[in-house]
Design a protein around this ligand. Sequence first.
Ligand code: ZN
Length: 157
Amino acid sequence: MSLVSLKCPNCNGDIQMDDSKENGFCMYCGSSFLVKDEVQKSHSEHSGTINLNRKEEAENFAILGEQKYSEKTSFTEADVKYIMENYVEKSLVLDMTNKRALDLKTRLDKLMVIIKQKQAAIIKKSNNKVTNMKVVFFLIFLIPLILVVACNMYFFH
Ligand SMILES: [Zn+2]
């Protein structure tokens, strides 16, 4: 047996009950009730409160994430990851249906795709630059070489 804190279904008074007993009596109004039913009710109310708290917390994370998002005008990959990990994911862990967090996630995902595309374009550009440099160096060495060969052929034949 253990003592449980309950509320009287009739007068809402705070009562303590031995949970191994089937019937309980309220010491304030004298009404009787089934202990098992009231224990169950109090459990579901309690978890309802927890769920509400989690939803609120999830909403707070999402709002903070939106603020961080709107503070910036340009984003790096690290910025996007930071908001994603510290706000969006934390919000969705608490409440995976949070609309604000889901919206923000969609926007951040899109942003990430654009950032990756830009990065790929920059890499391509720098690769082109390297190729161009190779051609320039090749010509710088090749032209004197041709000149030397041509001079040799002219003077020693
Ligand atoms: Zn009562």
